[in-house]
Design a protein around this ligand. Structure first.
Ligand SMILES: *Cc1c(COP(=O)(O)O)cnc(C)c1O
Length: 356
C-alpha cells in the first residue's frame, strides 16, 4: 500500500510465467495488437500511436519530452511535487528552455497562474502531472487544453498514477502526449510505460529539424515495429506484454466506471478511518487523489519506527513523505488490485496498533 507497485493479481502473474515466444511470432503479435487496442480504451483515445514503451514510467516521461522537444524549444512546466520537478529536468536535458509554474506541496496548480505564464510567449509544450503521487493531489485537467491553445502548445500529461484509477479521458481533455506505468492502478509488475500521441503531436514529431536525441525512445523507429511493418528495433519484452495484456483484460472486465467508483469508495473509507484515529489529511478535500492518500504524522511519532513495525508485523508497506513532507507525512496507496476493503481494514488496524 505504498506509492506503487500495487498488488498483482494471480492471473497476471500466471500470464507473466507463460513460455517465452518470439517477438515476431503471430501469437505474440496478436497479443500485442490487442494490448494496444485495450490501452486505447483505458486511455480514452483513438490515437493510432498508443503503445507500451519497454521500461518503467520514467521512460514514458523521457519518450514524450525527447520526441517533442528540440534544442532551444520553450517548455512550460507545472511543478507541484517530485514528478513535475522531474519533468522540468528531463525537458532541460532535451535542450529546451524551461519556464516553471509552482504550487505549494499538497496543493493543485492554479490554472489562472498558468494562464498568466502562458501569455508571456509561445510554447512548444505545456506539461502537467495529473496525479501527483508525491503529494496525493489530483489535478483537474479541465482548463488545460484552452491554456495550451492560448500559447500554441501541445498538452503533455503524466497519467502514471491516474490511469485505470481515475478518469483520464485523453481525447475528451484534448491531451496530445500522455504516459503512464504498469505498476500503479493497472496492477501489473513494473517494467512497461504505456504512451499515447495525438495526430497533432505526431505531426510535430514528423516535422522535427533534428533526429530524436534518444535512439531507444525514438517513436519514429519504434512505430515501424508497432505499425504494420514489424521492423526490428529492440526485442519486445514478451512476458511483460503477456502480463500487461492480462492486466488490461482485468481492468476492462471490471469496467472503467466501476473501477473508478471502487477507488473513490475505498479511498473515502480509508480517509474516514484515518480521521477517526485522530489523524490529519493535509490535502484539501477537493483535490484529493483516490489512489493515494497523504496523512500527517502526529507530533512525537517516529516515522521510520511505525513503517518498520507495519512491515515486520503485518507485511504491510506504506510510503514515507517526500519534499516538504519528508518525515512529516505518510503516503498510503490504494491502487488497482490493492483498492479493497480488506486492504483498508488491514491498514487502519495496523496503524492504530502501531500508534498505540
Ligand atoms: C511512479 C511515477 C512516475 C515514475 O514511474 P517509474 O515507473 O517509477 O519510473 C512518474 N510519475 C508519477 C506521477 C509517478 O507516480
Amino acid at each position: 500500500m505504498g506509492p506503487g507497485p500495487s498488488d498483482v493479481p494471480a492471473r497476471v502473474l500466471e500470464a507473466l510465467s507463460r513460455p517465452t515466444i518470439g517477438h515476431l511470432d503471430p501469437i505474440f503479435l496478436r497479443v500485442l495488437d490487442e494490448s494496444q487496442a485495450m490501452l486505447r480504451q483505458v486511455f480514452g483515445t483513438e490515437n493510432a500511436l498508443t503503445l507500451p514503451m519497454s521500461a518503467t514510467g520514467s521512460a514514458g516521461m523521457e519518450t514524450c519530452f525527447a520526441n517533442l522537444l528540440e534544442a532551444g524549444d520553450q517548455a512550460l512546466i507545472c511543478r507541484h511535487g517530485v514528478f513535475g520537478g522531474r519533468m522540468a529536468e528531463v525537458a532541460r536535458r532535451c535542450g529546451a528552455e524551461v519556464t516553471i509554474v509552482d504550487a505549494p506541496w499538497g496543493q493543485a496548480i492554479d490554472p489562472d497562474e498558468l494562464a498568466k505564464a502562458a501569455k508571456k510567449r509561445p510554447f512548444k509544450v505545456v506539461a502537467i502531472v495529473h496525479a501527483e503521487t508525491s503529494t496525493g493531489v489530483l489535478q483537474d485537467l479541465g482548463p488545460f487544453r484552452a491554456i495550451a491553445d492560448s500559447c500554441g502548445a501541445l498538452l503533455l500529461v503524466d497519467a502514471v498514477t491516474s490511469l485505470a484509477g481515475v478518469p483520464v479521458d485523453v481525447d475528451r481533455m484534448g491531451i496530445d502526449a500522455v504516459y503512464s506505468a504498469t505498476q500503479k492502478c493497472i496492477s501489473c509488475p513494473p517494467g512497461l510505460s504505456p504512451v499515447s500521441f495525438s495526430e497533432r503531436a505526431l505531426r510535430v514529431l514528423l516535422t522535427r529539424k533534428t533526429p530524436v536525441q534518444s535512439w531507444y525512445f525514438d517513436l519514429n523507429l519504434i512505430g515501424q515495429y508497432f505499425g504494420g511493418e514489424r521492423v526490428y528495433h529492440h526485442t519486445a519484452p514478451v512476458n511483460m506484454i503477456f502480463a500487461l495484456h492480462e492486466a488490461l483484460r482485468l481492468v476492462l472486465e471490471e469496467g472503467l466506471e466501476a473501477r473508478y467508483t471502487r477507488h473513490r469508495a475505498q479511498a473515502n473509507s480509508l480517509r474516514q478511518g484515518l480521521e477517526s484515529l485522530g489523524l490529519e489529511l493535509p490535502v484539501a478535500e477537493s483535490s484529493r487523489l483516490p489512489p493515494l492518500t497523504l496523512v500527517r504524522i502526529p507530533e512525537g511519532v517516529d516515522d521510520r519506527a511505525v513503517r518498520t513495525k507495519l512491515l515486520e508485523d503485518h507485511g504491510l508497506e506504506i510510503g514515507g513523505g517526500l519534499g516538504d513532507f519528508k518525515g512529516k507525512a505518510w503516503r498510503i496507496g490504494l491502487m488497482g488490485a490493492s483498492a479493497t476493503s480488506r486492504h483498508v481494514e488491514l491498514c487502519l488496524g495496523a496503524l492504530e496498533e502501531a500508534l498505540r
